[in-house]
Design a protein around this ligand. Structure first.
Ligand SMILES: [Zn+2]
Length: 459
């Protein structure tokens, strides 16, 4: 068990609704003291330096084990999480075999124990057997084994009738259905967001309507199910279009039990990057040719992701949804891939970005640009996802800087920048479009369950 003292830092505790100058002391792995400073003691301590926050929770990460350990293992994924400041990670069930029965969950839990990482591993179970979309998986057995939700992610829940049954069954078990909203009929052969960039590059368009139609279906089915099963809950993951987020905004206003997340890459990047621009979403115009904003080659396959990087207007809508609470959480959709799965032509490349280590940096870039407040960014990584999990984490009642609880926190320095390189990433997946770029906010220490999960070499 570990001791740690951080004096004169900026504490952010969304659970307490508080931020400000302070100090923390960890003794024997327990957060022994949280002291808020004021007056002369607080002088010179601001939010631009060392920040202490509760450990982050990722609702959506692909750890690739079992089945594709060349891309990631539970051990490398948890190491990557810790490097990104995350202390709780929800693994997605699209492994091989799929996590559609408790035996697979037992395997990845054993791998987490064997890794020695103190990062908490949670998992979603599959909605359907083999994620094939035909018959429900053994949801009751999976719930008994401890999954935190159900998802066929990688693909949407295939049909409305399966979704209806899944929402009802999972709802009775007190668990959410986590859907990847995509009308596959509208995305067959699609390569990049339908718009100027795809047209100029000759890539087949991926329409926003594919996501919006799926969200509309999901919400309509939810409204139907919830009349009979009040516990039914829907979580829409990695929403990326203005229209989809608007549907959720209205559904929430109408009282439907729906939540959603957005990803760091859909907040900070746009389809301009596929053309070769490297400016943030809030600096983008949507036409990098007329702005002469191209600084890299086109068709970089690290940018191929599902849903695709969208227009600047959609990215701005993701940010607005995060700011106004329509989006409950930021989830990374960490999707590591091997080099061989990306070293092909753009439309053939595997979908996904290795993103759990760069999530904080992208959000801090938005904070630096005045697009997002620091407390809101931290809340979207802590209390927001904790609420979606509904207490199904070992930190259930204490997702904050709580004295007397096992230390579960991240310390990062906003005054320091770091360069994303393949070597700097603990993930086996080096498929990040940010490789070669500098990001703000270096993680110095991540502690989980009172133990050191990550410590910067020079910290
Ligand atoms: Zn997905």
């Amino acid at each position: 068990m570990t001791d740690l003292e951080i004096s004169r830092a900026w504490l952010v505790d969304p659970a307490a609704g508080r931020e400000g100058p302070g100090e923390i002391v960890v003794r024997g792995g327990v957060l022994d003291a949280v002291t808020w400073l004021s007056g002369a003691e607080a002088k010179g301590v601001g939010p631009d330096g060392v920040v202490v926050a509760p450990g982050f929770i990722d609702l959506h990460a692909h750890l690739r084990e079992p089945g594709n350990e060349d891309a990631e293992t539970v051990a490398s994924g948890l190491a990557a999480a810790a490097h990104g400041g995350f202390t709780t990670v929800c693994a997605m069930p699209n492994t091989d075999p799929a996590l559609d029965e408790p035996g697979v969950l037992a395997r990845i839990r054993a791998a987490a124990v064997a890794s020695g990482s103190p990062v908490e591993l949670l998992a979603h179970g599959a909605v359907t057997a083999g994620r094939a979309g035909e018959q429900l998986a053994a949801l009751g057995e999976l719930a008994d084994a401890g999954v935190v939700g159900f998802s066929d992610d990688g693909a949407p829940v295939k049909t409305g009738s399966i979704l209806r049954a899944a929402l009802a069954y999972a709802g009775a078990l007190g668990l959410p259905i986590v859907d990847h909203a995509e009308d596959a009929g509208l995305t067959a052969g699609a390569e990049a967001n339908d718009g100027v960039v795809a047209t100029v590059l000759g890539l087949r368009g991926w329409p926003a309507a594919a996501e919006e139609a799926a969200v509309a279906r999901d919400l309509a089915v939810l409204a139907d199910v919830v009349r009979d099963v009040p516990g039914a809950r829907l979580h829409l993951t990695h929403l990326s279009t203005a229209g989809a987020l608007d549907f959720v905004r209205r559904a929430k206003a109408a009282g439907l039990p729906v939540s959603c997340d957005v990803t760091p890459h859909h907040l900070a990047l746009t389809d301009e990057w596929v053309a070769g621009a490297r400016r943030w979403a809030w600096e983008a115009s949507g036409d990098p040719w007329s702005d002469q904003a191209l600084v890299a080659g086109p068709y970089a396959t690290a940018l191929r992701v599902n849903p695709p990087l969208r227009s600047p207007a959609d990215a701005a809508a993701c940010m607005a949804a995060l700011v106004d609470g329509t989006a409950d959480a930021v989830a990374t959709d960490h999707a590591p891939h091997t080099e061989v799965d990306k070293a092909v032509e753009f439309g053939q490349a595997a979908n996904g970005i290795s993103g759990i280590e760069t999530a904080l940096g992208l959000l801090l870039a938005a904070v630096d640009a005045g697009r997002l407040s620091l407390p809101r960014a931290i809340a979207a990584l802590t209390t927001g996802p904790a609420t979606v999990l509904g207490g199904r984490s070992r930190r259930a009642g204490s997702v904050g800087l709580v004295e007397g609880a096992p230390a579960d926190l991240v310390v990062f320095d906003r005054a320091e920048r770091w360069t994303v390189t393949a070597d700097a990433l603990a993930s086996r997946g080096k498929n990040s479009p940010l490789v070669g770029m500098e990001l703000p906010g270096r993680v110095m220490v991540t502690m989980a369950a009172g133990r050191m999960a990550y410590e910067a070499p020079d910290a």
